[in-house]
Design a protein around this ligand. Sequence first.
Ligand SMILES: [Zn+2]
Length: 262
Amino acid sequence: MIKIGPKGAAPDILTSRGAALAAAHCAAYDLEPAAYQVSRKAGGKEFGFDDNVYAHSTVKGALERVQHGKCCYCEVFIPKPYAFGHVEHWRPKSWSQQAKGRPQIRPGYYWMAYDWDNLFLSCTFCNSSNKGNQFPLEAANARARDHHHRVSVERPLLLRPDGPDDPRDHIGFRRETPFGRTPEGRKTVEVLGLDRIDHVKRQRKLAKLIVYHNKIVKHHGDRSPLAAEVVGEARAAWAAAIQPDAPFSAMALAYLEAHPLP
Ligand SMILES: [Zn+2]
């Protein structure tokens, strides 16, 4: 995970139709707040959200540009075309929970369903398979339960992809495997399954980079044209791998810090 952004101005669809839809949700909630605090199955009411708005092509396009087409959490390239499910609500819109298996807290952050600050692109492994509706807070009782409460009093344990903190200060790597250095880092790795063995593309990327690293070390100082060519190619591969547009750049940066090139 790397720090992305700044995201820039919100796409018009969010500030026009999205803002109107959010205002309608807030008005509906105020008429019967208790109804939205239980599921439809249990006799309550649930908001319907318009994916033609929060996952509008202009929203996906703007997120693709700022995130270089990568998942905001694990840095894998997300294959196109993007589905609406690739648009991640950092604060869950329908309901939330402190951890998997813990009670469903209803409603979710419905007033932020079309909020540019709350939207990112995420792969289905991070978003659907792992995070789901989890939004862990340091103090669960500080959770903003409706639009009358301020989210600024919350202390989320899930790192925000666009800061203010740099995720790299919270998450380190042992070779290709991330680990948390701080409570936020540990919880973020756990919630997203960032350390699961399923991240095979990340493993393959490091394996390739290590081959290049070994070539640089082996041929360092060799002035022959062939060695210079091999080293040049390897250095170029490493230079590209640590750029923000490269998949798994946080892993590559961490490896390079632990194993500096000669
Ligand atoms: Zn991901």
